[in-house]
Write a protein that binds this ligand. Structure first.
Ligand code: FMN
Length: 445
């Protein structure tokens, strides 16, 4: 009996020590010591689901709202999940097997909001069924989505990829992953243990919106959608969707403009962009080549690379023909690849051998900008493409079906359908829903 009492005593002491330890973590710095320096543009909502009002995700949501001035929008289920962890697991599994959603109390359409933070606990590797219901019942076209999550040790899982799939017409920013407590701690009554500090949240906000702050200094660049990617060594590549076939790439201090055209609608004031270090032109059509805009962007030392026909029209720059390569500043490798029509009756638009697509390799990150082309056999030779731009408008380039076929051949990690004019472009995302390709729709009409 005495021995039993001693063992019981040790267990109780150990449990108290464990709980106390958790509380130390829980109470670690609750006030931010760093300031928000970046500007989060527009009207902000911080939408989240958390299993309790003092839950981990609720805590992070409140920190975000506090620093951004965003409006907190908690998602509440019509029928609550059970309190006991094991029962919640079972109920969540059942929801996921029955379509993946759980009814939530009504949330207004968020029409007036520009930036929507969306927070979720990670359940079974992704967002929870009430958040799935929120995605299903709301439209995010043209909005900026900023995902964040808390988890019990397994990380964000598929969450960030799943968010992009749920809102293909939104700009999705880099998400925040925070390790929360596990449910056992909650049941022991230790309350919230978010194993990060408020500082981590502010630092993340500064990093995510730093590009916006920087571009604010370059005029109305703020109005364009941007995506960021990391190179092998962790350098940032920012791609700005200007319009139709025109995009801007920023890498390691370099400004690269692809097919810049001011006059093609909507008219763009390129004088507001920094002068370009590199200008790439794919071919001579008016929605790709504009010598006035090249003059606006050009400075001493700008490297201009074009297909041979455009280089001849310009009278300066470097001509690169299909199959030729060139090393640009910062050791960027540039390959000129074929771009042409194959459909009978369309081949006059882009005859074989005249126009270029480009593959840029920057510190291991490979970006394929297809130019005006159909799904040509040469695409099967493109390997290890991280980011692809494929054109989608008839009769000049591809149908959504052709784009989907080309994407399945090239297998990029991220696909931007571009040059799509009035094509109902969401079809491309639908056709590739099972492909594992992250299809991102931006303003490339
Ligand atoms: C049904 C269920 C499933 C969970 N699945 C995962 C998981 O797959 N990976 C993980 O790291 N944590 C998982 N967790 C832990 C929660 O993500 C974690 O405790 C989270 O911080 C809870 O947030 P909340 O307090 O805002 O509800 C799961 C929790 C529950 C209740």
């Amino acid at each position: 009996m005495k021995v039993l009492l001693v063992i019981l005593g040790i267990v109780v002491v150990a449990a108290i020590a464990f709980v106390a330890g958790c509380r130390i973590l829980a109470n670690r710095s609750t006030e931010a010591t760093v300031a928000l320096t970046a500007k989060v543009p527009g009207k902000i909502a911080v939408v989240y689901y958390s299993q309790s009002k003092v839950g981990n995700t609720a805590t992070v949501a409140k920190w975000i709202a506090k620093h951004t001035g965003g409006e907190l929008v908690p998602l509440e289920t019509v029928e609550a999940y059970p309190d006991a962890y094991g029962e919640t697991l079972k109920a969540a599994k059942k929801d996921m097997e029955n379509g993946g959603t759980r009814a939530i109390k009504s949330v207004p359409p968020l029409d007036g909001y520009d930036v929507v933070f969306i927070g979720t606990p990670i359940w079974y590797g992704t967002y929870v069924p009430p958040v799935a219901e929120f995605f299903k019942t709301h439209s995010f076209a043209g909005k900026t989505i900023v995902p964040f999550c808390t988890h019990g040790g397994g990380g964000a899982g598929r969450y960030f990829v799943d968010v992009r799939k749920a809102c293909p017409a939104a700009t999705v920013k880099e998400g925040l992953t925070i390790r929360g407590s596990n449910q056992v701690e909650r049941r022991l009554g230790t309350g919230v243990t978010v194993h990060h500090t408020e500082d981590d949240v502010v630092n993340w906000l500064n990093a995510v919106f730093a590009a916006t702050a920087a571009s604010a200094t370059t005029g109305d660049a703020l109005d364009f959608q941007t995506d960021t990617f990391k190179t092998q060594e962790g350098k940032t590549v920012t791609i700005t969707a200007i319009k139709h076939a025109s995009l801007r790439i920023q890498y390691d201090g370099l400004e690269i403009q692809v097919d810049p055209v001011a006059k093609y609608a909507p008219e763009t004031d390129y004088s507001k962009f920094p002068k370009a270090d590199v200008i790439l032109v794919t071919h001579e059509h008016f929605d790709h080549f504009d010598s006035d805009t090249i003059a606006t962007l050009k400075k001493d030392g700008t490297e201009i690379v074009a297909n041979p026909a455009v280089q001849k029209m310009l009278g300066f720059g470097t001509a690169l023909a299909n199959g030729e390569s060139r090393v640009l500043a910062k050791e960027i490798n540039l390959d000129a690849v074929p771009a042409y029509n194959t459909t009978p009756g369309h081949t006059q638009f882009h005859p074989k051998g005249r126009d270029n697509g480009y593959v840029l390799t920057m510190d291991g990150l490979r970006i394929y900008i297809a130019g005006d082309t159909e799904d040509i056999p040469e695409m099967s030779a493109l390997k290890d493409i991280d980011v692809a731009f494929l054109p989608c408008n008839q009769p000049y380039t591809m149908t959504p079906e052709q784009v989907a076929k080309a994407a399945r051949t090239i297998k990029p990690k991220v696909l931007f359908p571009y040059h799509y004019s009035q094509t109902p472009i969401k079809q491309v995302a639908d056709l590739l829903a099972d492909s594992g390709i992250d299809v991102r729709i931006r303003n490339y009409q």
